[in-house]
Design a protein around this ligand. Structure first.
Ligand code: SAH
Length: 236
């Protein structure tokens, strides 16, 4: 009887653990990502921490890269584009000091991951992607996941999205050589914009705050983002 039970147990372990079809424990990896990469590095905004712990990052990366979804780095999402390192997503989101009733503009939808993190925190997210294939894919994924407060547009984010302006916060996830004037104009009074600025070598995240119609800029972190380009692929 004991031998039978041992055989049964062995078979059960084989079936669940070693047959190559078992799912990685994404929830555990995500919890660890939040503890080791986000909180340990000084992110304190509880809304940001909660959102990073909730959004299933593995669903936003290509299937072959899923097991790396919670590792400490950027990942390729196809079309020559990348999804940012989790810490950078959290850092940029925290810089915006978001509140639940806010309206946010994102330039560079990419995988849709950053948009999902924003959508967990604020009321409405407007996001623009210039590569049609990426924009359409992310639009569908975000809808499938139930993010009905995210609005995706295929277009050139240099121009912003005038129809829904002004925005309480703007986040740009591709790097121009200088900050687009339309984005400065579409930032609400008292609003914040975080944007990587610079060439293919050194870039800095610049935090912009609008007070009495004037923009104050502070450089906060050296980074490396894909370039902001126009429809012909030429860098701004
Ligand atoms: N926020 C994304 C990462 C984006 S990578 C995420 O969470 O996955 C930067 C994206 O900016 C790329 O998808 C790129 O195609 C897009 N991009 C580059 N120039 C752009 C422009 N002028 N307007 C809108 N999107 C642009």
């Amino acid at each position: 009887m004991l031998r039978l039970r041992i055989i049964w147990l062995f078979a059960a372990v084989l079936a669940t653990g070693c047959n190559g079809t078992s799912q990685p424990d994404y929830e555990r990896s995500r919890d660890r990502m939040v503890t080791d990469q986000i909180v340990a590095r000084g992110i304190t905004d509880s809304r940001v921490i909660r959102a990073m712990g909730k959004v299933e990052r593995h669903l936003f990366v290509p299937e072959g890269a899923r097991r790396y979804a919670y590792t400490d780095g950027p990942l390729s999402i196809g079309e020559g584009q990348t999804i940012s390192q989790p810490y950078i997503v959290a850092f940029m989101t925290e810089c915006l000091s978001l509140k639940p009733d806010m309206k946010v503009l994102e330039v560079g939808t990419g995988s849709g991951y950053q948009a999902a993190v924003l959508a967990e925190i604020v009321d409405k997210v407007y996001t623009i992607e210039i590569v049609e294939q990426l924009g359409l894919r992310s639009k569908k994924l975000l809808a499938d996941l139930g993010y009905d407060n995210v609005f995706v547009k295929i277009g050139d984010g240099y121009e912003g999205w005038l129809e829904h302006a002004p925005y309480d916060a703007i986040i740009v996830t591709c790097a121009p050589n200088r900050i687009p004037d339309p984005l400065k104009d579409q930032l609400a009074e008292g609003g914040r914009m975080i944007i990587p600025v610079g060439g293919s070598g050194i870039q800095y995240l610049i935090l912009n705050t609008k007070r009495n119609g004037r923009i104050r800029q502070v450089s906060v972190l050296p980074v490396r983002f894909v370039p902001m380009v126009n429809k012909k692929g030429i860098k701004y």
